[in-house]
Write a protein that binds this ligand. Structure first.
Ligand SMILES: *Cc1c(COP(=O)(O)O)cnc(C)c1O
Length: 403
């Protein structure tokens, strides 16, 4: 065991399915890659994706866009956030979330998280009244859902409009209701490291016709808004079509073509991710130094990555924990690092956001570790990863961690 090394890549995704490659070739043979480039009453791949995603998600409307970040920017704008407006959001999330708020000139108001990595609803309530914010961009960071019923009740009581960032919760649900269906809109990403892969891409869902009409115009629909697969009726556009700017963030038929077959495989892939995630989570839970975030029984998550904490670890020990695992081929990210690395950053390095004091979040992030679980890892691979992490955590714990 001592010299065992993990050799697979943490950024190697599964190949694009054959059916998706065939669909991509078929689109390319037509030359009609732009979503509005259709012959007669032909339905474009992008329209069909919108229709199929709306159905899968259980939302009346779906708009395909260029990225998850664009879905969030468009949603905030279409929801009526104006420059200078405060927008509540998670203090622990990825940079495109505060980035979407900055893009529309909003002021991010960062809300603390709990040790289970979800939004602290008491802090949300406090900051909603302090800031006067009317909007929440709720980020289900790394797939952890807060108590969605309490959140919805709170939003109702405080007149907050909720937009969900579901980049890590495509396919997740709370008490049988899909993540993305709790507020005004759900924003999804189809970027390579998410749950379906078109390189870049995004999906926006809602049950609000007027919101979706504005979002569709914003996405760059020109006067072609009737050519959408799951959009509102044409009359809904009468009032807004000339007053909503075109911000060109459309999806194209090539991406839509490779996403449709992947959507059909998503349920099976969720089971595969969760088998991997749960195997490692069980191993980590048995280690006394490690804390694995609690997952309530009403939460159906998608275990495409795993998070765990080593409470009380010092920065020096955290760095050597990460370095030691890296020597064994295990790529772990640490959210407590002073400098952003790769995709990982924290609120201290978002200098376009007004600095805010977040002591609870900082304490949690200082001992928080994260690992991707691509489907190219087998269950045996995951068992080895679990062993290597537990071994490393035990040796750290013998030095200093206070559980
Ligand atoms: C990836 C990601 C996004 C944005 O998705 P892109 O498609 O890359 O713009 C938003 N939120 C979170 C938490 C993400 O990880």
């Amino acid at each position: 065991m001592a010299q065992t090394r993990f050799t697979k890549s943490f950024t190697q995704q599964a190949p694009i399915p054959d059916a998706a490659m065939d669909a991509a070739m078929a689109v390319m043979r037509t030359g009609r890659l732009h979503r509005y480039n259709t012959l007669g009453d032909e339905l474009s791949e992008t329209m069909l994706l919108e229709r199929e995603y709306a159905e899968w998600q259980g939302a009346p409307y779906c708009l395909a866009v260029a990225s998850g970040g664009q879905a969030m920017q468009i949603a905030l704008r279409a929801a009526g956030v104006a420059p200078g407006d405060p927008v509540l959001t998670n203090s622990f999330t990825l940079a495109p979330v505060p980035g979407a708020i900055a893009a529309i000139g909003g002021q991010a108001v960062l809300v603390e998280i709990t040790p289970d990595l979800v939004l602290d609803l008491e802090d949300l309530e406090r900051k909603a009244s302090q800031s006067g914010a009317r909007h929440v961009l709720l980020s289900h960071m790394r797939g952890h859902l807060c108590d969605m019923e309490r959140l919805a009740e709170l939003a109702d009581r405080l007149s907050l409009t909720v937009i969900e960032d579901c980049a890590h919760t495509m396919g997740a649900s709370w008490n049988g209701r899909k993540s993305g269906n709790f507020g005004l809109a759900g924003c999804f990403s189809t970027q390579t490291y998410k749950h379906i892969n078109s390189g870049e891409g995004g999906l926006l869902t809602s049950d609000d016709a007027e919101f979706m009409a504005r979002a569709t115009m914003l996405s760059g629909s020109y006067m072609m808004y009737a050519r959408h697969g799951a959009g509102p009726a044409s009359e809904v556009y009468d009032q807004i079509r000339l007053e909503t700017p075109n911000m060109s963030a459309r999806m194209d038929n090539l991406r839509a073509a490779i996403l449709r077959p992947q959507l059909r495989e998503l349920e099976a892939n969720i089971d595969a991710w969760n088998a991997r995630h749960d195997l490692i989570a069980r191993m980590l839970t048995r280690c006394t130094a490690i804390r694995v975030p609690a997952r309530p029984s009403v939460e159906r998550y998608v275990g495409s990555s795993i998070q765990f904490r080593l409470p009380g670890i010092t920065p020096e020990t955290a760095r050597s924990f990460v370095a030691g695992l890296a020597e064994r081929g295990v790529e772990i990210k640490w959210f407590g690092a002073a400098e952003p690395v790769g995709f990982t950053s924290d609120h201290h390095s978002w200098r376009y956001v007004a600095p805010q004091k977040l002591p609870a979040t900082d304490a949690i992030l200082s001992g928080l570790f994260d690992m991707r679980l691509p489907l190219t890892f087998s269950l045996e691979d995951c068992a080895l990863l679990g062993e290597l992490i537990v071994e490393a955590a035990d040796s750290v714990a013998s030095v200093e961690v206070t559980p």
